[in-house]
Design a protein around this ligand. Structure first.
Ligand SMILES: Cc1cc2nc3c(=O)[nH]c(=O)nc-3n(C[C@H](O)[C@H](O)[C@H](O)COP(=O)(O)OP(=O)(O)OC[C@H]3O[C@@H](n4cnc5c(N)ncnc54)[C@H](O)[C@@H]3O)c2cc1C
Length: 412
């Protein structure tokens, strides 16, 4: 079996790029390798965990997302063989291609934390990252009258840099509204040295940390969970700089798991030393294999891994691939745009938008939305507009607010 363009992964990035390509060239022979028959709108899971969306709202059939002119190969890619222009799928079949787009996302590594997998979904241990489990998060939030709630954040990389704390703010806001917050000790244990990697957004977040009385622990990494005993162990640095293990008791534990490159990428010639697809961060073309592009969470461009990033990347990859097919060079460039709508309270969001190096890249003018502040506009985007943008525009190749940009010609 051989196709002109093979896309591995039919998630946010894979479907968006297939649609962007077909929008430009209807006659392309595109196959999408994707084993799952459900497509998730993962950015909605924070809202499910906060009781705003139903889980069903975040799921559609994969069939309904695959562009009509693309062929769906309902298999798992088990190996990349870029030297042979081929992908191997489960069962051993070889799928050949002229051009490859790799977008298989990343792997949630719950197994890296002893005791976690066994207790996930019970004993008060939950994760909005696990498909379907945000519903349990919301159940726990509603059920907690008093006690200790811990929210964890691992070292990078992980998708959506704000999701671990978004879960916390929505829970704390609920407890505050129900007048329970003074009986619940909320802790945030993050491996990072600050609330967020882009300094401009931190003051607005700290206002809410203070308002909810959150005990923020920086440089704190979850290393073990004992669900039955309701104890979580963290590695932390003391004031003397020495590392120590700290055991914390919990009634509710929300975990953002460590995340690594998908096995099929990590063990392939496409990977960099860290296991992610080694692309040029601007053109998203593979650094070694000229007929290969990578996008979404699976690639190593130093942007925040978000669906918003994939939304911007997809048209860029489409343009650059078509240019390569036509014998030209990739001319369109990615500036690292990512967006992380930080749900600090029901009705308020810090609509963080930034690119490579933390450069602020607001979509809207400040008079409409000041995106370093908590705004109702940001909430409306997240709650009402963005799900529609995802399902109806991004996945269908309508590139609203995602017009690709060419590299600026250098002054002579
Ligand atoms: C709790 C949570 C909150 C989030 N919040 C936001 C947010 O507010 N805003 C935002 O923009 N983003 C958010 N994100 C991140 C966003 O969902 C991801 O960055 C985005 O889905 C990445 O798209 P992707 O296509 O690279 O990966 P995915 O959408 O994960 O898709 C990868 C696809 O590849 C398939 N696949 C995997 N392995 C193989 C294989 N071997 N062969 C074939 N197919 C394979 C998978 O089945 C999957 O369908 C959030 C994510 C989570 C979990």
């Amino acid at each position: 079996m051989k196709h002109q363009v093979v896309i591995v992964g039919g998630g946010a990035a894979g479907i968006a790029v297939a649609s962007s390509l077909l929008k430009r060239r209807r006659d392309l022979d595109i196959a999408i390798i994707e084993p799952k028959d459900q497509h998730y709108y993962q950015p909605g899971w924070t809202m499910v965990g906060g009781g705003v969306f139903d889980f069903d709202f975040t799921v559609r059939s994969e069939q309904s997302c695959i562009p009509k002119r693309a062929k769906w190969i309902r298999k798992t890619a088990t190996a990349f063989e870029p030297e042979n222009n081929a992908v191997i799928v489960d069962g051993g079949e070889q799928i050949g291609y002229d051009y490859l787009i790799a977008a298989p996302g990343l792997k949630l590594n719950f197994a890296a934390i002893p005791g976690l997998q066994e207790t996930l979904g019970e004993n008060g241990v939950t994760s909005n990252y696990q498909p379907g489990m945000a519903t349990y998060t919301w159940k726990l939030v509603q059920g907690l009258d008093s006690g200790k709630a811990i929210f964890t954040q691992p070292p990078l990389p992980f998708k959506c840099p704000g999701a671990p704390q978004k879960a916390m703010y929505l829970a704390a806001d609920y407890w505050r509204r129900k007048q329970r917050l003074d009986k619940i000790k909320v802790s945030f244990c993050t491996a990072a040295p600050a609330m967020f990697g882009v300094a401009a957004f931190v003051p607005a977040l700290l206002d809410y940390v203070k308002a909810y009385g959150v005990d923020a622990n920086f440089g704190s990494t979850l290393i073990a969970v004992d669900g039955r005993a309701k104890k979580a162990t963290f590695r932390e640095k003391g004031a003397d700089g020495a590392e120590r293990e700290v055991v914390r008791e919990f009634d509710m534990l929300h975990v953002c798991p460590p995340q690594i490159a998908a096995d099929v990428v990590r063990n392939s010639p496409l990977a960099d030393a860290a296991g992610f697809i080694d692309v040029d961060q601007e053109t998203l073309r593979h650094k070694k294999f000229a007929n290969v592009f990578g996008l979404g969470d699976a690639c190593n461009a130093p942007n925040s891994k978000t669906a918003a990033a994939a939304r911007k990347q997809a048209p860029i990859v489409a343009e650059n691939l078509l240019s390569v097919i036509g014998g030209g060079a990739p001319e369109f460039i990615y500036d690292g745009y990512a967006s992380c709508p930080l749900t600090v309270a029901r009705g308020k969001i810090v609509f963080a938008e930034f690119g490579f190096g933390g450069k602020l890249l607001p979509t809207f003018p400040a008079w409409l939305n000041e995106n370093t502040k908590a705004t109702w506009f940001g909430w409306m985007m997240k709650a009402e507009i963005l799900p529609w943008v995802y399902w109806e525009l991004m996945l269908a190749g309508h590139e609203w607010l995602a017009k690709p940009r060419k590299r600026e010609a250098k002054a002579a």
